[in-house]
Design a binder for this molecule. Structure first.
Ligand SMILES: *Cc1c(COP(=O)(O)O)cnc(C)c1O
Length: 374
């Protein structure tokens, strides 16, 4: 039993991730507790400024979680008259369900487009075919931490007057052509869910946009649709970030570049060390700053057998994601659709443990366990 525990490689050890900063986290928590001010206060203001500076984005609006960030952007565009119920948003078919939920929650229609198997991201060469007179936006998702953007995407959006809304939940800190993910399109949703690269100690999210008008509508909708207390311009939501989470995130933001670099090193070690021919490894982009390795996802035709083998060798893995959105009961209206690449991915993908705190020994254990699969 002891031996078993010793050799266990956990998928993600959040306590270890955060304990490196526990002194600073406790200090800021104490300061906020004693301040008596728990929402929309100094920490929110400071984090907004810090994020604006880090991203080089003129407008950052904090909110309660990543799903709300995307909901708020779409809702903002509806309020501003850029789109209305029944309009279409292009989105990768293999994304996490939240991207799709944000679209349908606003009465908009998700138009699913297959991913590119080399990147696991939206296949931009298939976007034009999916356009209709009702298309209003494209939502590229930087899935697993890898940038999904190109000059071609930019061209398609501009030529068709489409908004580009990045789902940047998984790629905080990634860089494309010198710009941070979340500043490439018109607006971006961020998630600070604890397991994300920049993770809070609870739920939190943000919107970044170069559109001042959108930012001000989003800020209002996130606070009951009100910008002046007790006067409501929109039928808004309650989607604010706690001062505690804002304080924690300010501390963790200082370390995000170092953490992302640690993730890149783990990814490099896996990609050099894993030599099993049954397993397809993720491609590394150049430059490498285009990827922050939120997840290290391999593919294997006998994925379930591989997962069992790894479990028997003490390596915990997860599947992102086992059921694509169009095959979920929640979206039975899409169940007649087929997306062969997306469906194949859901049968073949497996996420290996990756984090800024995984030890060299655990990295070796993962590599040996994967290489010994037959
Ligand atoms: C996590 C995630 C979200 C939603 O973020 P929450 O903070 O959990 O609401 C949205 N899109 C993607 C791709 C995600 O991974």
């Amino acid at each position: 039993m002891f031996q078993q525990h010793q050799n266990q490689v956990r998928f993600l050890d959040l306590a270890s991730v955060n304990s490196r900063y526990s002194e600073d986290l406790k200090l800021i928590a104490a300061e906020i507790i004693e301040s008596g001010w728990y929402l929309l206060g100094e920490q929110n203001n400071l984090l907004q400024t810090d994020l604006s500076a880090y991203l080089k984005s003129p407008n950052v609006v904090l909110c309660a979680n990543g799903l709300d960030a995307l909901r708020l952007i779409l809702r903002g565009y509806i309020e501003l008259g850029h789109m209305k119920a029944g309009d279409e948003v292009i989105v990768p078919a293999n994304t996490y369900i939240a991207s799709i939920l944000a679209i349908t929650d606003n009465g908009l229609v998700p138009v699913l487009v297959e991913p590119d198997l080399a990147t696991n991201n939206l296949d931009i060469s298939k976007v034009e075919r999916a356009l209709t007179p009702r298309t209003r936006a494209i939502m590229p998702v930087h899935l697993y931490g890898r940038i999904c953007y190109s000059d071609e995407l930019d061209r398609i959006a501009k030529a068709n007057k489409l908004k580009v809304i990045e789902d940047n939940a998984q790629a905080f800190g990634a860089v494309w052509q010198g710009r941070r993910s979340g500043t490439l399109g018109d607006a971006a949703g961020f998630s600070f869910y604890p397991g994300k690269n920049l993770g809070a100690l609870g739920d939190a999210g943000a919107v970044a946009t170069n559109d001042e008008e959108l930012a001000s509508v989003v800020r209002s909708i996130a606070n009951y649709g009100s910008s002046k207390k007790y006067y409501n311009d929109y039928q808004g939501l309650n989607s604010r970030m706690d001062e505690l989470q804002a304080g924690f995130l300010r501390i963790k933001l200082k370390h995000i570049d170092a953490e992302n670099e640690q993730r890149r090193n783990v990814a490099k070690a896996f990609s050099t060390g894993i030599t099993n021919s049954c397993i397809a490894l993720p491609e590394h982009p150049t430059p490498e700053t285009e990827h922050v390795w939120h997840l290290y996802v391999v593919r294997c035709e006998r994925r379930d057998a591989l997962q069992t083998h790894l479990k028997n060798n003490g390596v915990e893995t997860l599947i992102h994601y086992p059921v694509p959105p169009h095959r979920q009961r929640a979206y039975s209206q899409m169940s007649h659709m087929t997306f062969p690449l997306t469906e194949r991915l859901s049968d073949e993908v497996l996420s290996l443990p990756i984090s800024p705190v995984i030890s060299q020994r655990d990295i070796q254990l993962v590599i040996e366990a994967v290489n010994s699969f037959r």
